[in-house]
Design a protein. Structure first.
Length: 750
C-alpha cells in the first residue's frame, strides 16, 4: 500500500517541503508540502519532477570499471574498492598526499555527510588538491567576509520579511529561489514588499524573470563595483552617512571615503550605463528609506573583481545605515554557545584561513581549503613536485562547469587514477576508471547545517530517508570511511581517524551525519541543550514531532555584528590592503575585436548540468540559445533562430540566437550547464536542445579562460560575466576560417 512521507527538497537553498508517495520501497511521486511553515505548498518544477531522476533508467546503480576497450563494465563493490585502494596506495607511496585530489560539485553542499566527510578526509590527508564548484559561484563571498569580518562564514542576508526598499544586483531569485539566502516562496516575499508600499529594484544587464515583475534598471556587465563606489561617493559627499555610527561599527572608514571620491556618478555613468541623476537618487533613497537593503549574488560575483564587489555590497549597506539593522542586511545565527570563540579558533587552522596555502600553479590562495577549480587541468599537466595524479570527483561535472573543458578532458586522460562518486555517467566521469553509485537525496537522512544561518525566517527541519538506497548505491560519507580504512596504514592522520571510527562502531555509537546533526540541533537555537532546556529540539524530535519543520524565531535579530566579527575591537575592517588593491581592475579596457559582453543565466527547468535527463523538464522541447538584443542582431544581419558563432579570446561555440528586448544592447546571455556531447550516459540530455548543429546544447564555458592571470586574484574565481565576445553568422564564420586555413577550397562566387 502506498504511503506519504514528509521530507524536503535539496536541489537549491530554499529547501522546500515535499511529500513523497512511496510504495514497496519505490518513490512513486513528489508533491509540495502544504503544511511546511515556510514553503506552504510551493515547489518548483525541478523539485516536483525529481522522482524521474531517482527512478531514471540511465541512473548508475552498481559500481562500474572501465575495461581494456574503454567501456564500463559492472563489478562488485569489493573488487572496485580493492583495485582503487591498490592504485591509490601506489600514488600515495610515490607522490605522497600531494598526488591525490578531490573535486566536489554543487549538489554536495546539500548533503551534510558528503561535504563534511570529504573535507575531513582531504584535510587529514594533507592534500593541496581540493576543488569545488565554489570557484565558479560563491568563493568570493567567503573571502570578502574574511577581510570585512575576520571570518569567512559571516554572510549578511536581506531581511525579506520587513524590508521596504530592496535593491537586487546581479541576482534572479524568482528563478534561483535565493542564493546565499534561504527564503521559500521568495516571489511571494518580494511581492509582499510592494504590497506594503515598498519597492523592489532589479539592477541587471537582462530583464530577468525577477525584473519583469518589479522595477528594472539595466547596467553594463561587470561594472557593479563602479556603481557601488558611486553610491558611496554620493553618501559621503552629500553627508548622508552617520559618521558616529560608522566609527562604532567599523575601522577604515576614512580609506573608503577617500577611495569613493574618485568615483562620482557623473564619471562612472558612461561605463555603467546608469545616468548620474539615477545613481544619486538611489543613494539618497537607500539612506533615507527606513528598512532598505542591497542584495547581490552570482552576477556580482563572477566579474574581474568579484571579491571587491561583494565587499562593496556590504559596505554600501553599512554606510547607508542598513547593515545589522531591522529590514536591512542582517545576520543569521546557529545559536550555538561559544560560536564566536570557535570561529576565532578556526582562523588558526591553515587549511581554513584565507591564504593559508597557495596553488602550485598560479600561486592563487585557497578558500575554505579549496583551490581554484579552473587550475585542475594545469595541476595535472604541469610536471614536478605536487603534480596531481589521482582524482576523485563527487556529484560534479567539471568538464561542463569549469572553464576550458577541452583542456580538462585532455588532462584527465593522463591521470594514474580517476574515481567518480555519482548516480549518472556524465561528460566528466566518462573519462573515469571507476564510477561508484551514490544515493539521491531521498535515500538519505539530512539536516543541512550550512544553510541554518541563511534562513530569512529562522527555521529547522530534518528528514529521514524516504526509500532505501536503490541498487547498490551508497552515501558518499560511507565511501569516504572505506577510503580512510584502506589508507589508514599509509597515512598516520587517517590512521587516527580510522581508529576513532572503529572504536565508535564497537561501542554502538558510530559517528554519522545524523549523530553530528543531532549535536548541532541540540546546541543551536531551540535545541534542548542535552536536557538543560525542557521541550527543546533534537534531531529525533524534529522527525517525530515536527516532520514539516518548525519556525524557531519570528525574525532575524539586529545588533549581531559584534558576535560575528573577529577583528580587534569587534569592528568591521573596511581598509584591508588586499581589497583596496583590487581597485585598479574595476575598469577593464575595451577591445574593438570583441565589442559585445557575455553574461550567464539560470533557467527555471535546469540546475547546472545535471537535470537535463528528466522527461517532464524537457516537455515542449528544450532549446539552448544565445539571447541578443534586436539592435545587435540587426547590425549583424541576424534573425530569430539563426545559427551563430560566439567567439571570445579563449574559444568559440556555435548555437542559435533568440532575439529579445529583455536584454541591454551590447550584451549576450547564454545559459550554462549545456554541452552534452554523447560521452555521458544520460540519453535524454544527449538528445535535448536539438537544432541544425546537433543536440546537447553548447558549453558556454568554452568561452572562458582558465589562465591563472585571468582568474580573480583574491578568490581564484573564473571571470564568467562581462566577458568580451563577438557574434557572427555561422556560415560567415565558417567561410572566414576556411579562407584562412585552406583558401584554395573556398569559392566565394557560389
Amino acid at each position: 500500500m502506498a504511503e506519504n512521507k514528509t521530507t524536503f527538497c535539496r536541489i537549491c537553498e530554499p529547501l522546500c517541503g515535499m511529500i513523497a508517495t512511496v510504495e514497496d520501497g519505490t518513490l512513486l511521486s513528489l508533491r509540495p508540502d502544504k503544511e511546511n511553515p515556510l514553503s506552504k505548498g510551493f515547489a518548483c518544477p525541478k523539485g516536483i519532477t525529481f522522482s524521474e531522476i531517482v527512478n531514471d533508467p540511465d541512473r548508475v546503480l552498481h559500481p562500474l570499471r572501465k575495461n581494456e576497450f574503454g567501456e564500463f563494465e559492472r563489478v562488485s563493490w569489493e573488487t572496485a574498492m580493492a583495485e582503487i585502494t591498490e592504485k591509490l596506495t601506489a600514488v600515495y607511496k610515490r607522490d605522497g598526499a600531494s598526488g591525490i585530489g578531490w573535486y566536489f560539485g554543487n549538489p554536495a553542499t546539500f548533503s551534510t555527510g558528503h561535504t563534511l566527510w570529504v573535507a575531513n578526509f582531504t584535510t587529514l590527508l594533507g592534500t593541496p588538491h581540493v576543488y569545488s564548484a565554489g570557484s565558479q559561484d560563491v568563493n568570493n563571498r567567503f573571502v570578502a567576509s574574511h577581510f570585512l569580518y575576520g571570518t569567512p562564514v559571516a554572510a549578511p542576508i536581506p531581511d525579506i520579511n520587513r524590508v521596504q526598499f530592496l535593491v537586487i544586483i546581479g541576482a534572479n531569485p524568482v528563478v534561483s529561489h535565493g542564493s546565499v539566502m534561504s527564503s521559500p516562496r521568495i516571489r511571494e516575499g518580494l511581492t509582499a514588499i510592494t504590497k506594503r508600499g515598498g519597492q523592489v529594484l532589479v539592477i541587471d544587464p537582462r530583464r530577468t524573470e525577477t525584473a519583469r515583475e518589479f522595477d528594472w534598471q539595466p547596467i553594463v556587465p561587470d561594472t557593479d563595483a563602479l556603481l557601488l563606489l558611486s553610491l558611496l561617493h554620493v553618501m559621503f559627499d552629500e553627508k548622508l552617512a552617520d559618521d558616529d555610527r560608522l566609527r562604532r561599527q567599523a575601522t577604515g572608514v576614512d580609506a573608503i571615503r577617500s577611495l569613493a571620491t574618485s568615483y562620482p556618478p557623473e564619471t562612472t555613468s558612461e561605463r555603467t550605463g546608469i545616468d548620474a541623476d539615477t545613481v544619486r537618487e538611489l543613494a539618497r533613497k537607500l539612506v533615507r528609506t527606513d528598512r532598505a537593503a542591497v542584495y547581490g549574488r552570482v552576477g556580482t560575483s563572477l566579474g574581474r573583481t568579484g571579491t571587491l564587489t561583494t565587499a562593496l555590497l556590504d559596505i554600501v549597506n553599512l554606510v547607508a545605515g542598513n547593515l545589522d539593522a531591522v529590514g536591512g542586511a542582517m545576520f543569521g545565527d546557529l545559536g550555538i554557545p561559544g560560536q564566536r570563540a570557535g570561529v576565532t579558533a578556526m582562523q588558526h587552522v591553515p587549511n581554513f584561513v584565507w591564504n593559508g596555502r597557495r596553488s602550485r600553479v598560479g600561486g592563487l590562495p585557497q578558500v575554505l581549503g579549496t583551490a581554484p577549480a579552473s587550475l585542475m587541468a594545469k595541476e595535472m599537466q604541469t610536471p614536478g613536485k605536487w603534480q596531481l595524479k589521482a582524482l576523485f570527483v563527487s556529484a560534479g561535472n567539471p568538464v561542463l562547469s569549469v572553464p576550458n573543458g577541452d583542456e580538462l578532458v585532455k588532462a584527465l586522460g593522463g591521470l594514474d587514477l580517476m574515481v567518480s562518486l555519482d548516480f549518472y555517467q556524465n561528460e566528466t566521469n566518462a573519462h573515469a576508471d571507476y564510477i561508484l553509485p551514490t544515493t539521491t537525496m531521498y535515500e538519505r537522512a539530512d539536516f543541512l547545517i550550512p544553510f541554518q544561518p541563511l534562513f530569512t525566517t529562522p527555521f529547522k527541519q530534518a528528514t529521514d530517508a524516504v526509500i532505501p538506497p536503490m541498487g547498490e548505491s551508497r552515501e558518499e560519507w560511507q565511501i569516504v570511511n572505506d577510503l580512510v580504512a584502506a589508507l589508514a596504514q599509509q597515512a598516520p592522520a587517517l590512521g587516527g581517524l580510522h581508529l576513532f571510527n572503529k572504536l565508535a562502531a564497537r561501542i554502538g555509537k558510530p559517528w554519522t551525519p545524523t549523530r553530528l546533526s543531532d549535536l548541532v540541533v541540540r546546541l543551536g537555537t531551540g535545541g534542548n541543550r542535552f536536557g538543560l532546556r525542557r521541550g527543546g529540539l533534537t534531531f529525533g524530535k524534529l522527525l517525530d514531532e515536527f516532520p514539516h519543520g518548525t519556525i524557531v524565531a519570528d525574525h532575524l535579530e539586529p545588533d549581531q555584528l559584534r558576535k560575528f566579527v573577529t577583528h580587534r575591537h569587534r569592528k568591521m575592517r573596511l581598509n584591508a590592503p588586499e581589497l583596496l588593491a583590487e581597485i585598479d581592475r574595476v575598469d577593464p579596457d575595451a577591445d574593438p575585436a570583441y565589442p559585445l559582453r557575455l553574461i550567464g543565466m539560470r533557467e527555471i527547468r535546469s540546475e547546472n548540468s545535471w537535470q537535463h535527463n528528466a522527461p517532464l523538464l524537457l516537455r515542449g522541447g528544450r532549446t539552448h540559445s544565445a539571447r541578443i538584443h534586436p539592435t545587435d542582431a540587426s547590425v549583424r544581419g541576424l534573425d530569430e533562430g539563426d545559427l551563430v558563432t560566439v567567439t571570445s579570446r579563449h574559444g568559440q561555440i556555435a548555437l542559435p540566437i533568440s532575439v529579445t528586448d529583455d536584454i541591454k544592447p551590447g550584451v549576450v546571455a547564454i545559459p550554462h550547464g549545456w554541452g552534452h556531447n554523447g560521452t555521458g550516459g544520460w540519453t535524454k540530455a544527449n538528445g535535448a536542445a536539438t537544432n541544425d548543429l546537433g543536440s546537447g546544447g553548447a558549453n558556454v564555458n568554452a568561452l572562458i579562460s582558465s589562465d591563472p592571470e585571468d582568474l580573480e586574484r583574491l578568490a581564484g574565481m573564473a571571470n564568467m560575466t562581462g566577458v568580451p565576445i563577438q557574434v557572427t553568422p555561422l556560415e560567415q564564420s565558417i567561410r572566414a576560417r576556411l579562407a584562412t586555413e585552406i583558401p584554395e577550397m573556398v569559392d566565394f562566387g557560389e
